[in-house]
Ligand binder design. Structure first.
Ligand SMILES: CC(C)(COP(=O)(O)OP(=O)(O)OC[C@H]1O[C@@H](n2cnc3c(N)ncnc32)[C@H](O)[C@@H]1OP(=O)(O)O)[C@@H](O)C(=O)NCCC(=O)NCCS
Length: 171
């Protein structure tokens, strides 16, 4: 639903009781970290757990920016490791809010590895992370709804609704 139609009063009850909406662009996060020898697994490539931790940090920051509240990770969709990341690579992590429920925020995190000598970048991972915003008592609290500004964001939001239904059906 567009911000325009929300302002025009075409909102459902769920959206009405939530704080004002926020666009995905307002909360996206980009972080970069140089992969050092301490990040390596015994084969000499970067440990998958190192990448997941950084991805969760980037996703958590985007969720917190959107919610304006502390958030905790409640679910991580499957993450594939398409290509090895070498020590010495500059890892770029991009986090974008893709879907928002009442108290939950889904974030798409994409990971790229850059060879800093050549500037060449390859996408190595992507995954959806789910976060829940917490109030001062550590209980789930309402978050702003997501304002979709582009067709791509609207499609991502619609797909997010289906992803969340599937996750909840698997609990
Ligand atoms: C997150 C937590 C507070 C949720 O508590 P809860 O009593 O399950 O709360 P609710 O059932 O009201 O669910 C809250 C939201 O999370 C969503 N949710 C809960 N479990 C989920 C799951 N497995 N997958 C996707 N979403 C889930 C619910 O759909 C709900 O979203 P909505 O309000 O947008 O509809 C609780 O599970 C918790 O503390 N988990 C530990 C978090 C943690 O320590 N993470 C690691 C460190 S950050």
């Amino acid at each position: 639903m567009s911000a325009q139609s929300i302002r025009a009063g075409k909102v459902d009850v769920k959206q009405r009781e939530q704080p004002d909406g926020k666009a995905a662009a307002a909360s996206c996060v980009s972080i970069a970290q140089l992969m050092q020898p301490e990040h390596a697994n015994p084969l000499g490539n970067v440990h998958g757990g190192t990448i997941m931790k950084l991805a969760d940090e980037a996703g958590g920051l985007a969720a917190m920016r959107h919610a304006g509240r502390p958030t905790v990770t409640v679910f991580i969709d499957s993450m594939t490791f398409d290509k090895p990341v070498q020590v010495g690579a500059l890892l770029h992590l991009y986090a974008l809010v893709s879907w928002v429920g009442r108290t939950s925020v889904e974030v798409l995190v994409t990971v790229e590895a850059e060879n800093p000598l050549t500037g060449e970048r390859v996408e190595t991972n992507s995954a959806f992370f789910m976060y829940v915003a917490l109030d001062d008592n550590g209980r789930p609290t309402l978050v702003p709804y997501l304002i979709c500004e582009t067709e791509q964001e609207r499609k991502r939001m619609a797909a997010g609704e289906k992803r969340q239904h599937y996750r909840l059906s698997q609990r």
